[in-house]
Design a protein around this ligand. Structure first.
Ligand SMILES: [Zn+2]
Ligand SMILES: [Zn+2]
Length: 422
């Protein structure tokens, strides 16, 4: 027997309601904020992601699903969304449109990671990007968009974490200060951090090892090293977030390790804090388009983890609208009754009412059991007597009440029921 691969999951009809709830909110809110939907391929040239996520990162080194296809092309299942969206922006000349170009996508992504709750190998994201604008107003808009989505869904007790990590003009000085601080305490660092000190010193700040926490708490803060334009950008971003009445926590430990990330970094955390449980986050990537071979183009965006949001909806017991119930189940006795049931469901479905017809040769009792299992509100029962008389029995499955009606009247009543119910 085959099973779904490790780190993947099937979502069955009984579990789909929160997915529909989250995804429809994403579509609705993105549209309200003026973001257009984009869909990019599930795989891309491996080189795009090596550049886009950084060759020296854990993602590129250990976690990418890379393969050579039968034509010899080196391809990778997308491990994140931004690189492909920026690639599409450049490839289709979207820089010729009014800027910024605001895009969103609901997508699956793939990382060969150790699976844990809310962190699968195939996972799903809502990814929003605004490309071609450096005004901090657009950074603020994206923070508000992520926040409002989570708030609209009904999640409470969340916090917005915000930081600025500067740009090419001021970050080198900050990184030097950081390295000399940690070098002075190198023996107190965990082995991972001792390695990061050589390869990617900014990443020390988000080490989860308890041993490193006291040192990290005292480490130099990037916001103290911002150059004039970066400090101004950060101040205006906080101003716009103030105007939007969004409470934010400036968190000096929030970083992105790659050179093309600039200035703004943000995350939204659930009430129980922990690096693994971030609901979504993003930041500014003014250096990415150029790195991918395009002209220098500012950009900012975020990704929100759908699985994690659903876990938090469950943890907070947020009521999720159920999928609409089945209206009608058409049961039958005998060959003529079966024909009549089949014709009746055609009429109901054409009128926009959900209807299922029984199949096979089960007893009426077994058919009605199935109707209940499917959650149907009504059953239509046709036998020889009903066919002869041009009638059908209409049964309210919840109440167990049953009456005999002419066909047209039964159909009219059920299409009305459905409209009222919707
Ligand atoms: Zn460490
Ligand atoms: Zn700067």
């Amino acid at each position: 027997m085959y099973q779904a691969p490790k780190g993947t999951q099937d979502v069955l009809p009984d579990d789909i309601a929160p997915w529909r709830y989250v995804e429809s909110a994403c579509h609705r809110l993105a549209q309200q904020f003026g973001y257009g939907e984009i869909r990019t391929p599930i795989f891309e040239d491996t080189g795009l992601f090596l550049k886009g996520v950084g060759e020296a990162t854990d993602i590129a080194e250990k976690e990418m699903y890379s393969f050579r296809d039968k034509g010899g092309a080196n391809l990778t299942l997308r491990p994140e969304g931004t690189a492909a969206v920026v690639r599409a922006y450049l490839e289709h000349g979207l820089y010729n449109r009014p800027q910024p170009v605001k895009l969103y996508t609901l997508m699956s992504a793939f990382r060969h990671d150790q699976p844990q709750a809310g962190r699968l190998r195939e996972f799903h994201q809502w990814d929003c990007e605004a490309i071609g604008e450096e005004d901090p107003l657009i950074d603020a808009e994206l923070v508000v968009l992520l926040w409002q989505l989570l708030d609209d869904l009904g999640l409470r007790g969340l916090s917005v974490q915000l930081n600025s990590i500067g740009d090419a003009a001021c970050r080198p000085q900050y990184v030097r200060a950081l390295v000399s601080y940690f070098e002075a305490h190198e023996r107190e660092l965990c082995p991972d951090c001792q390695r990061r000190l050589r390869t990617n010193p900014l990443r020390l700040l988000d080490c989860k090892n308890p041993q490193c926490q006291p040192l990290i708490a005292q480490a130099p803060r990037s916001v103290d090293y911002l150059c004039g334009p970066c400090a101004e950008h950060f101040a205006r971003l906080r101003h716009y977030l103030d105007l939007a009445a969004l409470p934010v926590t400036v968190n000096p430990r929030l970083v992105r390790g790659l050179d093309y990330y600039t200035r703004t970094v943000f995350e939204v955390w659930p009430p129980t804090v922990g690096g693994q449980s971030t609901l979504g986050g993003g930041g500014r990537y003014d250096g990415l388009a150029e790195l991918l071979g395009g002209r220098p183009t500012p950009g900012v965006g975020f990704a929100m983890g759908i699985e994690r949001v659903i876990l938090n909806l469950k943890a907070q017991e947020v009521p999720v609208p159920p999928t609409p119930p089945l209206a009608v189940y058409a049961a039958y006795l005998g060959v003529a009754g079966k024909d009549q049931s089949w014709r009746l469901v055609q009429r109901l479905r054409q009128a926009g009412t959900s209807a299922v017809v029984a199949t096979g040769d089960r007893s009426l009792k077994a058919q009605l059991r199935q109707a209940n299992a499917l959650g149907a509100q009504w059953a239509l029962i046709s036998g020889d007597a009903e066919v002869e008389a041009g009638t059908v029995q209409l049964r309210n499955l919840a109440r167990g009440e049953q009456e005999t009606l002419p066909l047209d009247e039964a159909v009219a009543r059920l299409t009305r029921v459905e409209r009222v119910a919707v």
